[in-house]
Design a protein around this ligand. Structure first.
Ligand code: ADP
Ligand code: MG
Length: 278
């Protein structure tokens, strides 16, 4: 991976789409690894009780390991639960254990229940300078995803190139505007990534065109193709970048990360006082 330009301020990106199986986790871990291999410091927070991102990044997440659950429910500092990933010395992970499944309900009666992640991230960033924070979300719009939407400055939506691809996105866009109005006016939909693209099918290119028409500025030029290597890598406890760096899937994610890093080097998404360029 070439050396990537760092952002002006920490970019906090939530990978969201309430639909399951669209490539959220695959995107989160491969983009995180690519940015880290490009020399940038990255923190990935796993917010899915399944812990697939933790697995893919080679980080322990059996019951008893402290992670996102303890940060949200017991207000443990992120610095105390964060683990290094074997992918890169620049990559750190807050793991998710199955305990997190209960957090959706346990958070409900708590004060400022949707602000907990934001507070934890702020505290962490104050003494751990980090270029990118990436949240991998569960496939729902519950309190875990809401915490991520409140803590983030940007959203990246992975869209799988299949029928009804945009249907779930409409609901997500409604949630995003509610969050912007009530909880986090800095939240921007900065990036849309087309995943599992199959160049042989007309459907993929039709969906791709439709998504680009909808999100002309946000959709990355890079498409993520279907690639067996991307789906095999997690069972080896690593990302495709480590498992098979030259595979089409790995190269596509590196290109996507380069695009993300270059776009973000031009604006400061955290500075609300600067007029936005472009
Ligand atoms: P989500 O986190 O949105 O549920 P995942 O990233 O876990 O989605 O992807 C769902 C499944 O599809 C996983 O088994 C994953 O390995 C596989 N997958 C994801 N992206 C690709 C791709 N580009 N090519 C082939 N398989 C993929
Ligand atoms: Mg996932």
């Amino acid at each position: 991976v070439e050396e990537l330009p760092g952002p002006v301020a920490t970019r906090v990106i939530v990978i969201a789409n309430q639909k399951g199986g669209v490539g959220k986790t695959t995107t989160a871990v491969n983009i995180a690894a690519a940015l880290a291999l490009g020399g940038l410091s990255v923190l990935l927070v796993d917010l899915d009780p399944q812990g697939n991102a933790s697995t893919a990044l080679g980080v322990e997440h059996r019951t008893g390991v402290r992670g996102t659950y303890e940060v949200l429910l017991q207000q443990l500092p992120i610095a105390e639960v964060v683990q290094p990933s074997p992918e890169s010395e620049n990559l750190r992970v807050v793991p998710a254990t199955i305990d997190l499944a209960g957090a959706e309900i346990e958070l409900v009666p708590l004060v400022a229940r949707e602000q907990r992640l934001k507070k934890a991230i702020r505290k962490y960033l104050a003494d751990h300078p980090t270029d990118y924070v990436i949240f991998d979300c569960p496939p729902s719009l519950g309190l875990l995803t809401l915490n991520a939407l409140v803590a983030a400055s940007e959203i990246l939506i992975p869209i799988q190139c299949e029928y009804y691809a945009l249907e779930g996105v409409t609901q997500l866009m409604r949630t995003i505007s509610l969050v912007r109005e009530e909880l986090n006016r800095d939240l921007e939909l900065s990036t849309v990534l087309l995943t599992m693209y199959d160049a042989r099918t007309k459907l993929s290119s039709q969906v791709g065109e439709e998504v680009r028409a909808h999100f002309p500025d946000q959709t990355l030029v890079t498409l993520i193709p279907r690639s067996v290597r991307l789906s095999e890598a997690p069972s080896y406890g690593c990302t495709a970048l480590t498992y098979d760096p030259m595979s089409v899937g790995s190269r596509a994610y590196v290109k996507a990360a380069v695009e993300i890093a270059r776009r973000g080097a031009q604006i400061d998404p955290n500075d609300e006082y600067l007029p936005r360029r472009g």
